[in-house]
Design a protein around this ligand. Sequence first.
Ligand code: GUN
Length: 282
Amino acid sequence: MPAKIIDGKKIADSILGKLKDKIKNSRQKPGLAIVLVGSNPASEIYVNSKEKSFEDVGGYCERHDLNEGISEIDLLNLLNSLNNNPKIHGILVQLPLPKQIDENLVTNSISPHKDVDGFTSVNLGHLFSENTILAPATARAVLHLIESTDIKIEGKNAVVVGRSNIVGKPVAMMLLEKNATVTICHSKTKNLVEHTKKADILVAAAGKPKLIKKEMVKEGAVVIDVGINRVDGRIIGDVDFENVKEVAGFITPVPGGVGPMTIAMLMENTLKAMELENKIKS
Ligand code: GUN
């Protein structure tokens, strides 16, 4: 039986609808600052989409498009002013950044309570100590989509392919927190199929088009595809969707799976950041 398709767009739209109602009934508008350095075409598409979604739910969005050659100190000064701006509850610096800028330094210059990407060491540390405050949006999206299938995560073999700080590692931690038995595979893993074939839950976040083939997937597995690869002008995931859907139990499409859910989770994080700030003030 072919896999059930997990409709990330539909689930995301339902979450965004609830956020819109919540914001409409709130005295205060959540404020999000989006910082884009340079003109990476993929980053521009993501940032436009985040800006539009945030405005659609009724938030206040402030965009800072900066020159590719901006100095590190100018960027840090901007973040300092956003950290101190009461209208701004969430700050997002789109990655990757140009070579002259230290990504780690910039990320960690965002106030942890405005860090809606959940990339600061403070927020990642909270996630690792099971005391999550603001967690990375893509990782939250992956967990949400797995949970939408109603399968029980506890005790399952979960395999995450990819070990990035912004997706692979946080997804693995979240699955561990839900009591899955977690394996993280990466570019140096020997015999990838030996691991993926045992996965009840398989998360592909390697950034390699169609890396996961039908023969690598266990029958009935939940397959979540985080990949967004541009090939010949088309967007292709890390999973060979057409063939893998013949064996998987559930599968996310690309586009229309993790992407829209990530945006919904980012919007949720921004609202949460506003609520946290109000709690601190009161
Ligand atoms: N670049 C790729 N994914 C992301 C993301 O989720 N947030 C930011 N800020 N940059 C990214």
